[in-house]
Design a protein around this ligand. Structure first.
Ligand code: SF4
Length: 428
């Protein structure tokens, strides 16, 4: 039986660089527009060269992320989708998503995308407050976002997702509450609600730790408010940052969190196939030239061990409300999770985790602390393994081993921290 796979196409161009964004995307002012044609040619060639590998799969999700996919125009997006259709087997019922930004797509282009087979859009709204949008360098107002949303509906999209961000400059509980309510009022099928992380190299970095930004406490209130309010509007939380009406959870993103296979195309795109993770060079010019000349574009590849996969199981599935189960973990990895269970019982007492129908998951309070909690669980998992393989080893020696295994994982304290675990943009 052929296996199912998701396809991710990375489009690293934007009209403008947002003040908070540290993703690799080339804005118009830095000559991005001039590179689009060579990028497009290279992606089409790249997909054609992968036809043999794609042959063994049934494609059930396709996701165009960025950057701003809509910025390269509907014709090119359709061209890339056609290349995938010609070189792979896209199932009729596939979820085919494109990220679009208000102000970068026309009504006609939306209609063309729908006609070509795109059936889901993820719209970067970010805030309903125009002053905030201006401060963070967005090129649109909330009214523009509403217009794009309504145009998408008229074009026939009945599966729309909207992104919003909390923790933005000058945002307070009141303006955040307005954003949540006004965005819920749009009646999208799906809402992603991200916490802003101030990254080095962004315009906003100079305001890190300034009173200009909401404190961690205020951000925690904002998050818990969104969870409760979106629930009242009929959006069930199914992942740390994602909420959906029943049946409209993102099928593509679920693949990342459930550890299923996906294949990426384009500069910087990541893939996970046959227990191997790999990614391509991020540099657009290098990617285009190398593909054109038939040379290597692979930047990184890593064969995952079973134990690493077991760690990813904990790390990724605990992002979701589906959570983890002892039986499932044992049946996949033949590993016990007694030390992890000890921690989960402790988290339960603190109101951070809950056990229901044989599965453990985080509560909204637990999601707020998830980076720290997951870090502790990974350490516990390593400790358990060390004790099994070297039962004579002392506890402190076990702790030393855990550092060498997980020292590269981002386990920062604070709110979420690991928003971009799987190397693709989650807001744009
Ligand atoms: S946030 Fe999105 S639209 Fe803004 S610069 Fe980054 S990728 Fe582009």
């Amino acid at each position: 039986m052929e296996k199912k796979v998701g396809i991710y196409v990375h489009i690293p161009f934007c009209k403008n660089k947002c003040a908070y964004c540290n993703f690799y995307s080339i804005p118009e002012a830095k000559g991005g527009y001039k590179l689009i044609d060579s990028y497009y040619k290279a992606v089409i060639k790249h997909i054609g060269e992968y036809a043999a590998q794609l042959d063994g799969y049934l494609i059930d999700t396709v996701y165009f992320g960025g950057g701003t996919p809509s910025y390269i125009g509907a014709s090119r997006l359709i061209g890339i989708l056609d290349a995938l259709k010609n070189n792979g087997h896209i199932l009729l019922e596939s979820e085919i998503t494109a990220e679009v930004n208000p102000g970068s797509i026309s009504k006609d282009d939306l209609a063309r995308l729908r006609k070509a087979g795109f059936n889901r859009l993820s719209i970067g709204v970010q805030s309903s407050d125009d002053t905030t949008l201006d401060t963070i360098g967005r090129i649109h107002t909330f009214e523009d976002a509403e217009e794009t949303f309504n145009d998408a509906r008229q074009a026939g999209f009945d599966n729309l997702s909207v992104d919003i961000i909390f923790g933005l400059p000058s945002q307070d509980r009141e303006t955040w509450a307005q954003t949540v309510q006004q965005v819920a009022g749009l009646k999208a099928e799906h809402i992603s609600c991200y916490s802003l992380k101030i990254e080095e190299g962004t315009e906003l970095f100079m305001f890190k730790d300034s009173p200009f930004l909401p404190s961690d406490d205020v951000q925690a209130d904002m998050y818990l408010y969104a969870v409760e309010m979106l629930d009242r509007f009929g959006y069930k939380q199914y992942e740390i940052s994602n909420f959906a009406r029943r049946g409209f959870e993102s099928k593509h993103n679920m693949k990342y969190w459930l550890g299923e296979e996906y294949i990426g195309f384009g500069p910087g795109a990541h893939s996970y196939v046959g227990q191997c993770r790999y990614s391509f060079t991020e540099d657009v010019s290098e990617y285009a030239e190398q593909v054109e000349m038939g040379k290597k574009i692979l930047e990184h590849d890593e064969q995952m061990s079973d134990f690493e996969n077991a760690g990813e199981y904990l790390m990724l599935r605990l992002r979701t409300t589906h959570g983890i189960s002892e039986e499932e973990y044992y049946s996949i990895y033949r590993l016990k999770m007694d030390f992890v269970l000890e921690l989960l019982h402790k988290y339960e007492e603190n109101g951070w985790a809950m056990y229901k129908d044989g599965r453990w998951r985080f509560t909204p309070m637990g999601f707020l602390l998830s980076n720290v909690l997951i870090g502790e669980m990974l350490e516990a998992q390593t400790k358990q393994r060390t004790q099994i393989s070297k039962p004579w080893q002392t506890e402190s020696a076990g702790e030393e081993t855990q550092l060498t295994l997980f020292d590269k994982r981002p386990v920062a304290a604070g709110l979420f921290g690991g928003r971009r675990l799987i190397g693709r943009n989650e807001f744009s």
